[in-house]
Ligand binder design. Structure first.
Ligand code: NI
Length: 200
């Protein structure tokens, strides 16, 4: 997910097994695929064993995400079809550890149905309203393979749902109901509205 309010972060060299510097680098390990690229539409597979290779991948995803000033990134966005997400809502706080989600599942939704403007590193420059539940309960494994549960609301709930959609080959523009704003927003940024697979 893209942040429309990102400022430059200072370097991070603090605790956290997967914490990497949040300083944006010029040559991130991965390029982020953009709307129209078929890899974004391929469902991701569950991860069997959470090993050092998975942690290395998560680190590289974080570096790539920070380079793009994003707050969330799903493995399919870098062309890796594994159920792995990284999220960091505090990209300006070098001491705040990121969240790594392996094989996340939504176990309950609640709260209200709310509208919020989303963006995506795979659709840069496009910010549009999406309707989603305001609260989600999820089950997942952390970067050490430990089973975890989390109840999320606010921006975290929004970001988790957005990133989990990526694991199913779904993009936020598929959920935009205002067709006029969708088409003009995409065209302004050079994207083809024909690449949307509407489920709104
Ligand atoms: Ni996204």
């Amino acid at each position: 997910m893209a942040s429309s309010f990102a400022r430059l972060a200072r370097s991070a060299e603090r605790s956290g097994r997967l914490q990497v510097s949040k300083e944006p680098v010029d040559n991130p390990p991965y390029d982020i695929h953009k709307l129209g690229d078929v890899v974004l539409r391929t469902p991701a597979r569950r991860i069997g064993k959470v090993d050092e290779a998975v942690r290395d991948l998560a680190r590289d995803m974080l570096v790539s995400m920070y380079a793009a000033r994003g707050i969330g990134l799903a493995a399919p966005q870098i062309g890796v079809h594994q159920q792995l997400l990284v999220i960091d809502l505090e990209i300006e706080d070098p001491a705040s550890p990121p969240l790594v989600l392996v094989n996340p599942e939504i176990t309950a939704v609640g709260g209200s149905i709310c509208t919020y403007e989303e963006g995506c590193l795979s659709i840069p420059g496009v910010y549009l309203d999406v309707v989603r539940p305001s609260v989600v309960d999820i089950a997942y494994r952390d970067e050490m393979g430990r089973p975890k549960r989390l109840k999320a609301d606010g921006l975290m709930a929004r970001c988790i749902q957005h990133e989990m959609d990526h694991l199913n080959g779904v993009l936020f523009v598929d959920r935009v109901s205002d067709a006029d704003k969708l088409n003009s927003g995409l065209k302004e940024q050079g994207f083809d509205p024909a690449d949307v697979r509407s489920i709104a």
